[in-house]
Ligand binder design. Structure first.
Ligand SMILES: [Fe+2]
Length: 300
């Protein structure tokens, strides 16, 4: 299904009149098959969906409509919040630091991973960082313009969780690669794995079996500080089924882009290569940090 802008205030004068609520022009969006929706109202805060809601992807892709919304958000913001309010918003924006993509190029040359695969993966990761920053900016503009109750806000907010987790999980993933694949058998993590899973082999069987599940997502060894136990979990895509309040110790990407270039459909062989390159010292540090999260318990 595709969507296109059917009509919108086109001239500068018409857009200004529309922003002041003095125009009957409407931004109309048409499903190329049959359905039409209209986003109407003199200000963003009054926007309403008159017919059925387009798919989530639509909100993200249709930059042109976002641009129109931005104009109205800006006009509404200027009209409503005044000079002091605008100064506060600008000050807040200056304090807010955009996320920056981390450099993982030191992983190139890693056994079992071609440079092409890694470079493509780094590019994808950088896209998540860029999209996260853009979504935060768009949502900030919407909120400044009184769009807190809008459909745009709701859909972009859902999208933000997807992009943000995509960004952060890739950072965890690249950070726990580049090692020897050998865990320190005298360390705390090894001892904890033996306690909770019976043996390292038993844990590894489960972790790899989860990674082999059909679908796209992540396999994560979590430490739950409140229950003091380890958990192997499947994360669907980027944002579904995380363990709240728990620390991700070992993160494995099992989206197809993580292995297809080198392994085609042989995901099992990719998982073996991943395990052979785990930097367990990073996982050890994460366990130590995760144990400090116990203070999050209300009754701790
Ligand atoms: Fe990935």
């Amino acid at each position: 299904m595709t969507w296109r802008v059917e009509s919108a205030p086109r001239s500068i004068d018409a857009q200004r009149a529309y922003g002041r609520g003095e125009s009957d022009d409407r931004l109309k969006l048409r499903d190329t098959r049959d359905a039409t929706i209209g986003v109407s109202g003199p200000r963003l805060g009054d926007a309403r969906i008159e017919s059925r809601v387009p798919p989530v992807e639509w909100w993200f892709k249709l930059e042109r409509s976002i641009g129109v919304v931005r104009k109205h958000a800006g006009a509404a913001s200027r009209a409503r919040i005044g000079t002091r309010g605008r100064a506060a918003i600008e000050a807040r924006r200056e304090r807010t630091v955009a996320y920056k993509a981390m450099d993982f190029s030191g992983l190139k040359g890693m056994r079992g991973f071609s440079d092409q695969l890694l470079e493509d993966h780094f590019s994808l990761y950088e896209g998540y960082v860029k999209n996260t920053n853009e979504l935060l900016e768009k949502l900030s503009l919407l909120m400044d313009g009184g769009g807190g109750g809008s459909a745009e806000q709701a859909e972009l907010r859902r999208r933000l969780a997807w992009e943000w987790n995509g960004m952060r999980l890739h950072e965890f993933y690249f950070e726990n690669l580049g090692g020897s694949g050998r865990i320190d058998t005298s360390g705390e993590l090894h001892a904890k794995i033996e306690t909770d899973f019976g043996s390292l082999d038993r844990w590894r069987q489960e972790f790899q079996a989860i990674g082999g599940m059909r679908g796209i997502g992540w396999t994560i060894l979590y430490y739950d500080p409140l229950g003091d136990r380890l958990l192997n979990l499947w994360i669907n895509e980027h944002d579904s089924a995380h363990a709240a309040g728990s620390a991700p110790l070992l993160v494995m990407d099992v989206w197809e882009h993580a292995f297809f270039t080198d392994y085609r459909t042989d995901k099992a062989r990719y998982i073996e290569s991943f395990m052979a390159n785990v930097e367990w010292r990073v996982a050890e540090k994460r366990l130590a940090a995760g144990r400090r999260l116990e203070a999050m318990a209300v009754n701790a």
